[in-house]
Write a protein that binds this ligand. Structure first.
Ligand SMILES: C[S@@+](CC[C@H](N)C(=O)[O-])C[C@H]1O[C@@H](n2cnc3c(N)ncnc32)[C@H](O)[C@@H]1O
Length: 217
């Protein structure tokens, strides 16, 4: 992958000893690996939610296994791995994003708790690339195309057990279509919206929704 024209995004995190999280973005689209090669705003809000919740002690993911779906640049999952070195984070996306994910993992130094795999929601067999049942699944801006709603909902169901917690963020663009995803998701999951007062005080937006869900028992 030629990263000559890539630009770096840095996200400050609140761990006292921590340098910013760094990810490269393909701002010009030269690498042709699709929409995931830049950071999306819902990802920023979810990453800062994780930062805020872990720094206040409200969320402790020590020892947990975490899977991110549709990682893109990997900003969200890498942020969590940096915040909680004692949890195990697996990033995932389509094949074409893997070189960027690997590159961005390396950019953040030696992270033994971080890896990346190919997981296309439209290929059910790819779920077997995940060798564990995740305690947490992260998804940011994964429902911007309605054709992906069912594959994503099916993937979430396939990879979860009743103890799995899904943290899902999206920016609202087409309310009616998003409502259909929520209806589809609610057939197999129960969830609540994460209130603005639980989110990072600054890095939040009235256009970006966060949900905290689990499969129905
Ligand atoms: C809008 S981007 C969001 C990227 C990242 N989560 C963020 O918030 O910056 C959507 C992501 O979903 C991924 N994606 C699209 N179709 C997918 C599929 N069928 N299976 C897995 N990931 C997919 C894209 O490659 C991209 O990384």
């Amino acid at each position: 992958m030629d990263i000559g024209s890539f630009i770096e995004y840095r996200l400050e995190i609140s761990r006292a000893d921590a340098s910013p999280v760094r990810v490269l973005q393909d701002a010009t689209g030269s690498a042709k690996c699709g929409v995931g090669s830049t950071v999306w705003d819902a990802g920023l809000v979810l990453a800062k939610y994780l930062d805020w919740q872990t720094s206040t002690g409200s969320l402790n993911l020590a020892g947990k296994t975490v899977l991110e779906l549709g990682s893109g640049t990997g900003l969200v999952g890498i942020t969590l791995a940096r915040l909680q070195p004692d949890c195990c984070v697996m990033l995932s996306d389509k094949e074409e994003l893997l070189p960027l994910l690997e590159r961005n993992i390396a950019l953040n130094g030696l992270q033994t708790n971080l890896s990346a795999i190919c997981l296309d929601w439209c290929v059910p067999e790819h779920c077997s690339n995940v060798s564990f049942t995740p305690d947490i699944i992260l998804v940011s801006d994964g429902i911007w195309i309605k054709d992906l709603h069912k594959p994503l909902a099916d993937t979430l169901a396939r990879l979860s057990n009743t103890d799995t917690r899904v943290l899902l963020a999206y920016e609202t663009r087409k309310f009616d279509e998003e409502a259909k995803f929520i209806a589809l998701w609610s057939e197999r999951f129960r969830f609540r919206d994460i209130k603005p007062q639980e989110q990072h005080p600054v890095m939040q937006s009235e256009d970006i929704f966060l949900f905290d869900g689990s499969p129905r028992r």
